[in-house]
Design a protein around this ligand. Structure first.
Ligand SMILES: Nc1ncnc2c1ncn2[C@@H]1O[C@H](COP(=O)(O)OP(=O)(O)OP(=O)(O)O)[C@@H](O)[C@H]1O
Length: 248
C-alpha cells in the first residue's frame, strides 16, 4: 500500500499586484510512493517543484486534489484537508521538511536548537544534547560552534543546523527542498551518507536537488515535470518511462 498517494494535485496563486492574475504552477499532478522509496522531482526553474513539496508539508493548502498519507498514528488521512492540529502533530512526529533556509531562533545554542526537537517528543535532556552533538559531528560542524548561536553562522553552517534539526527525529516521511544547496563537496557527501542511512532504515523521502548527480545517487524514481504540462515518472538511472501522469 502506498505511504503517499498524490491525486490530481493542483495549486494556483491569485496575485493582485497591478491587476489580478493567476499563477498555476501545479496542475493535475498524480503519483504514488511506496514505503522506503526515494522520489526525486526534476524540472526547469519555476515549474512548481517546491510548490508540490510545500503542498505535501501543508505550508500551502492545495487548490484541488488529495494527498493521502498513511499515518502511523491516525491511519490514512488527506493532508490537503487535515485540520491544523493534526498537521502540527504530524510535523512534530512523522513528517520532516528541510529547505535551504534556516529560521534562526536567537540566543539558542546550536546544540540546543537541535536537541529541542527531541525534547519535544519526550527524550531526556542529557540524551537529547548528546544525540544533537553526535549529529553536529556527523555534519562536520566544528566543536567550537556547538555552543555558539546559529544566527552568527555562515550560510553553509546554518544549512547543516537545519539538516541536523530535521534528521535528528528520524521522521517516517522526509521532504527535502534543495538540502545540499550551498554545501561544499565534503559536507554534501556527509549529507548523502546520512540520507542513505535513513533510507536503509526505511524512511520514505521526496526531494528536489539542484545537483543532478546527487539526485541520481539517492532517488529510486524521478518525477519529471516539463513546461508543456506533463509529469512523467521514471526509474532513476533508467531511460524507460514507467507510465505517464498528466498535468495541464
Ligand atoms: N507563495 C507564492 N505566491 C505566489 N506565487 C508563488 C508562490 N510560491 C510559488 N509561486 C510561483 O509558483 C511558481 C513555481 O514556484 P516553485 O518555487 O514551486 O518552482 P520550482 O520548480 O521549485 O523552481 P526552482 O527550481 O527555481 O526553485 C513560480 O512561478 C513562483 O513564482
Amino acid at each position: 500500500m502506498p505511504i503517499l498517494q498524490v491525486s490530481h494535485l493542483s495549486k494556483q496563486f491569485d496575485l493582485r499586484i497591478a491587476r489580478p492574475m493567476e499563477v498555476r504552477p501545479v496542475r493535475d499532478v498524480s503519483f504514488a510512493m511506496e514505503p522506503g522509496q526515494f522520489l526525486g522531482i526534476a524540472g526547469p526553474s519555476g515549474i512548481g517543484k517546491s510548490t508540490i513539496l510545500k503542498c505535501i508539508y501543508r505550508t500551502y493548502t492545495p487548490s484541488s486534489g488529495s494527498i493521502v498519507y498513511q499515518s502511523q498514528l491516525f491511519g490514512p488521512l488527506d493532508l490537503a484537508a487535515a485540520g491544523e492540529r493534526t498537521i502540527t502533530h504530524l510535523r512534530k512526529n512523522e513528517i520532516g521538511y528541510v529547505s535551504q533556509f534556516l529560521r534562526v531562533i536567537p540566543r539558542v545554542s546550536a546544540t540546543d536548537v537541535i536537541a529541542e526537537r527531541l525534547l519535544a517528543v519526550g527524550t531526556d535532556r542529557q540524551e537529547a544534547r548528546s544525540a544533537a552533538q553526535t549529529m553536529l559531528g556527523r555534519l562536520n560542524i566544528s566543536r567550537e560552534l556547538w555552543d555558539g548561536f546559529p544566527a552568527t553562522f555562515s550560510g553553509g553552517e546554518q544549512q547543516r543546523i537545519n539538516l541536523a534539526r530535521a534528521f535528528i527525529v528520524r521522521p517516517r516521511l522526509m521532504i527535502l527542498d534543495e538540502p545540499t544547496a550551498s554545501l561544499d563537496r565534503r559536507t554534501t557527501e556527509a549529507v548523502i551518507e546520512l540520507l542513505l542511512d535513513m533510507k536503509r532504515q526505511g524512511t520514505t523521502m521526496i526531494g528536489v536537488f539542484h545537483d543532478w548527480e546527487v539526485m541520481e545517487r539517492l532517488a529510486d524514481r524521478i518525477l519529471e515535470l516539463d513546461g508543456a504540462g506533463s509529469a512523467r515518472l521514471r526509474n532513476a538511472n533508467a531511460a524507460t518511462s514507467e507510465g505517464g501522469v498528466q498535468h495541464g
